[in-house]
Structures are given as C-alpha cells and as structure tokens.
Design a binder for this molecule. Structure first.
Ligand SMILES: Nc1ncnc2c1ncn2[C@@H]1O[C@H](COP(=O)(O)OP(=O)(O)OP(=O)(O)O)[C@@H](O)[C@H]1O
Length: 239
C-alpha cells in the first residue's frame, strides 16, 4: 500500500482551447487533510474531476489509492461533494442519505452519517425547507455514508457563516483522525490553517506544495492572503 492516497504526475488538462491544468505534480498523503487552494478559475474543480475520473482530456498520470483514476474498483471508495448540493428536495434528509446509502450497500451507516454532520434533529425535514448550509451538510452526509477512504470536497464552506464553517472543519478533522483522506478545495486562503498540507494553484499551474506555517515562515506575512500574493509575485519574478 502506498502512503499517498493521490499521486499526480505531470497532469495537464485542456478544456476547449484553454489549458485548465498545466503540468501539475503533487501528492495527497493518506489520512490527512490537503487543501487545494487558489483563486477562482485556477483549475481546482478540473483537477478534482481528474482525480474522480470524470474529466476528459487528462494527460499525465493520476493514481488514486494505488489505482489509475477512474478505475471501477475506486467507485465505492471515493466520496465526491460537488459545489452544487446534490440533494433531492422533495425527499426528507433521512430519505436522501438512505438513497445514497443504497447505492453503496451501506444503509446501516445512515444514522452515523447524519450524526457526523449534525443533521440528526433535521432527519425528518424535507430538503426543500432547509437552508443552504444545511443542504451542503446533506450532500456531505450522502458522500460519507458509504464510508469512503477518500473524500473530495469542492468548496464545501463557500457561503457558510463562520460558526458553521468552523464546525465543518472540526468534523473534517474528526474524519481525518479516523483515517479518511480529505482533499478540500477553497479560494479562501484562511482555510489553509485547517489543512495538514496545501496544493496551491494559479492559472492551472502549481504554485507550491506547502503548509500554512511554511507560507508564513517563507514570506514573513501573518495573513495567508498576503503570503499567497507574495509567493506568486516571487514565482513570477523568478520564472
Ligand atoms: N466546460 C468547460 N469548457 C471549457 N473551459 C472550461 C469549462 N469548465 C471550466 N473551464 C475553464 O477551466 C478553467 C478552470 O476551471 P475550474 O472550474 O477548474 O476552476 P476552479 O478553480 O474550480 O474555479 P472556481 O473556484 O471558480 O470554482 C477556467 O478557466 C474555466 O473557465
């Protein structure tokens, strides 16, 4: 078994005429939280889709849990939460999670998944009556219920209030402590503080694989936004 849940070797993706991901090399260690960070449009979703195996025109090598991305054997081992909530609004919260549980033969885990994102009290509510943050948690529970080894979350905290955001990160940490690998994208640099490792992207290219502490130490900036700007400026100057 390799130590890395994901290995990206010289990964490039062309979308139309645009090079959305350009020669990215990076790894995601098992049992950790890795942040995929960078400005809007820098290629985060495209790279995540390459890991899931749903992206066309991927060049290079994407290895996931020791197998080529997209392998049939990976389907039940990866949970993917897209930016848009994947929820049936006419079903209750419990029915939504049960539906996804049936796909992975894991109906025994429904209560655990509801508890993991603090939805037990809302289990009987129809999804159409939920707030945006609650819907996001239903999506996360749907991805969790099959107990995936790897959980990929595309901007899970966008639009959430600070309390909910902190609460979700705490839950992500609990999952990582229990052995799940998490790859989490965000365009908010402050979220780097919740991650064990970071993959920084800009315009499809890798800026650095680093940590929040390293970003601060390297730039002398406390603000991670400022640190990111300094790193890309330095990189631009040395390119
Ligand atoms: N279907 C598509 N066809 C052509 N180009 C696309 C398509 N989808 C995205 N792109 C382009 O690919 C690039 C990367 O997009 P991507 O969605 O991966 O970025 P992102 O970092 O996830 O952005 P955001 O943070 O706004 O979600 C962008 O320049 C985008 O315009």
């Amino acid at each position: 078994m390799t130590e890395n849940a994901i290995e990206l070797r010289s990964v490039s993706v062309r979308r139309g005429t645009h090079l959305a991901v350009a020669d990215v090399n990076a790894v995601v260690p098992r049992g950790s939280i890795t942040g995929l960070l960078g400005p809007s449009g820098c290629g985060k979703t495209t790279l995540m889709r390459a890991v899931i195996g749903s992206q066309r025109n991927v060049r290079g090598t994407v290895t996931v849990l020791g197998l080529p991305a997209g392998s049939a054997a990976l389907r039940s081992r990866i949970g993917y939460v897209t930016q848009a909530a994947s929820v049936y609004t006419d079903l209750t919260v419990h029915q939504n999670i049960t539906y996804f549980a049936r796909l992975t033969d894991s109906t025994a885990n429904v209560d655990e998944a509801l508890a993991a994102v603090d939805l037990v009290d809302l289990a009987g509510q129809r999804a159409k009556n939920l707030s945006g943050g609650q819907l996001r948690r239903v999506s996360i529970a749907s991805a969790l219920v099959g107990r995936p080894d790897l959980l990929i979350l595309d901007e899970p905290t966008v639009g959430l209030d600070p309390v909910l955001r902190a609460d979700l990160w705490q839950r992500f940490r609990g999952l990582a402590d229990a052995g799940t690998t998490l790859l989490v994208s965000s365009h908010v640099m402050d979220e780097a503080d919740h991650c064990d490792g970071l993959i920084l992207l800009r315009d499809g290219a890798l800026v650095a694989t680093t940590t929040a502490a390293e970003m601060r130490a390297r730039t002398g900036e406390q603000s991670l936004d400022e640190a990111f700007l300094k790193i890309i400026t330095e990189k631009g100057a040395s390119a």
